[in-house]
Ligand binder design. Structure first.
Ligand SMILES: Nc1nc2c(ncn2[C@@H]2O[C@H](COP(=O)(O)OP(=O)(O)OP(=O)(O)O)[C@@H](O)[C@H]2O)c(=O)[nH]1
Ligand SMILES: [Mg+2]
Length: 301
C-alpha cells in the first residue's frame, strides 16, 4: 500500500494516480488493506448521497453542485455506484456518468464503482472508500447511486446528507415509499422542474412527508432545473443547513454506530465461503430431520 502522506500530496496537486490505485487495492482486498485502513485519520468531511431513479438528472445536478463548490475553492470526490447490476462489473457505468466537464479538473476526483456479487461487499467497501477520501484532503464527498431499490437505500444510509432526486412525471410515490427511500431522505429534489406539474409533484412529496410522521420542517423539497443550474444554489444552502441540524441532533454519532454494525456484519460474511455453504446445505437438506437453526450453528461464533 502507498503512504497516506503521498496520496494526500497527490490530491493536493491534482494528481490522483496513487489514490486511484489505492481504491482498486481496497476493492480487491489486497494484502495490507486492513492495516492501511486502521492507520487512516479521517476528518469530518461531509458525505452527500445522491440517489433516485435512472435518468432523473443526478449526475447533472452533481455537476452543477461541483460548480458551486469549486467556486468556494473546495476539493471534491465523487463515487458513482450502480448496485442494481452486480454482474456488469462496471462496464456500463462509464455511460452513466455525465460529468465530463469535471473529468480533468485538478480539484475533482471522479470514480465509478462496480458492485461486486459478494455478500455484504458493497456497503463495507463504500465505508472504506469514503473514509479514505475523508483522510486525504477532500472537502466534500458525493456518493451517486442509481435506482430505487433496497441496496440503494443501504448505500444512501452511509451519507450524512441523503438527497433523493425525482422528476415530476415519475409520479410513482407508492414505489418510493415501498423502497424505503422516504425514510432515508434528508432532502428531496424535484429536478426537471422546467416540465409541467413540478409544483404539484413537490406539494405531493411535502404532503407525504407529513403523512409519514416525519419532520416536514427539516426535510426540504427543492425544485431544480439541473441542466440550467436553476435551484442549485438553494440546494447547496439546504445541504449545509441540514448538516448543521444533523450534527446538533447527534445524527453523526448514530451514523457511525450504523457503520460499525455494517462493517462487523460484512466482516462476518466475508468469513463465509458461500460455495461451501451451499454444498453443506444441499447435503444437510437430504436429512428428513433438517432444521435451519441447527444448520446455521456452525457459522456462528
Ligand atoms: N429538461 C431537463 N433535462 C434535464 C434536467 N437535468 C438533467 N436533464 C437531462 O436528463 C438526462 C439524464 O441526466 P443525468 O444527469 O445523466 O441523469 P442521472 O440521474 O445521473 O442518470 P443515471 O445515472 O443514468 O441514472 C440528460 O439528458 C440531462 O441533460 C433538467 O432539469 N431539465
Ligand atoms: Mg448518473
Amino acid at each position: 500500500m502507498f503512504a497516506i502522506h503521498d496520496i494526500t500530496e497527490g490530491v493536493q496537486k491534482g494528481d490522483f494516480l496513487l489514490l486511484a490505485k489505492t481504491i482498486s487495492r481496497i476493492e480487491n482486498r489486497a494484502e495490507g488493506v486492513d492495516l492501511f485502513l486502521q492507520a487512516l485519520l479521517p476528518k469530518a468531511v461531509p458525505i452527500i448521497g445522491v440517489t433516485g431513479p435512472p435518468g432523473a438528472g443526478k449526475s447533472t445536478l452533481i455537476s452543477a453542485l461541483i460548480g458551486e463548490w469549486i467556486k468556494e475553492g473546495k476539493k471534491i470526490a465523487v463515487l458513482s455506484v450502480d448496485p442494481s447490476s452486480p454482474f456488469h462489473k462496471g462496464a456500463i457505468l462509464g455511460d452513466r456518468i455525465r460529468m465530463k466537464e469535471w473529468y480533468l479538473h485538478p480539484n475533482v476526483f471522479i470514480r465509478s464503482l462496480a458492485s461486486r456479487g459478494h455478500l455484504g461487499g458493497l456497503t463495507s467497501s463504500m465505508i472504506e472508500l469514503t473514509t479514505l477520501l475523508q483522510s486525504v484532503g477532500f472537502d466534500n464527498i458525493i456518493l451517486e447511486t442509481v435506482g430505487v431499490g433496497q441496496s440503494e437505500v443501504e448505500v444512501a444510509s452511509l451519507a450524512d446528507t441523503t438527497i433523493v432526486v425525482l422528476v415530476p412525471e415519475a409520479g410513482d410515490e407508492v414505489q418510493m415509499m415501498k423502497s424505503g427511500l422516504m425514510e432515508v431522505a434528508d432532502l428531496f429534489v424535484v429536478n426537471k422542474s422546467d416540465r409541467p406539474d413540478a409544483q404539484i409533484f413537490a406539494n405531493h412529496i411535502a404532503q407525504m412527508i407529513m403523512e409519514n410522521g416525519q419532520d416536514a420542517d427539516a426535510i426540504k423539497v427543492i425544485k431544480t432545473v439541473a441542466s440550467q443550474g436553476e435551484g442549485v444554489q438553494l440546494l447547496n444552502e439546504a445541504i449545509m443547513a441540514q448538516q448543521q441540524v444533523m450534527i446538533q441532533r447527534g445524527g453523526n454519532k448514530r451514523l457511525i454506530l450504523s457503520k460499525v454494525i455494517q462493517l462487523i456484519v460484512a466482516h462476518r460474511l466475508r468469513q463465509i465461503d458461500s460455495k461451501k455453504m451451499e454444498t453443506a446445505l444441499a447435503e444437510a437438506l437430504k436429512s428428513p430431520q433438517f432444521n435451519i437453526f441447527r444448520f446455521i450453528k456452525q457459522y456462528l461464533d
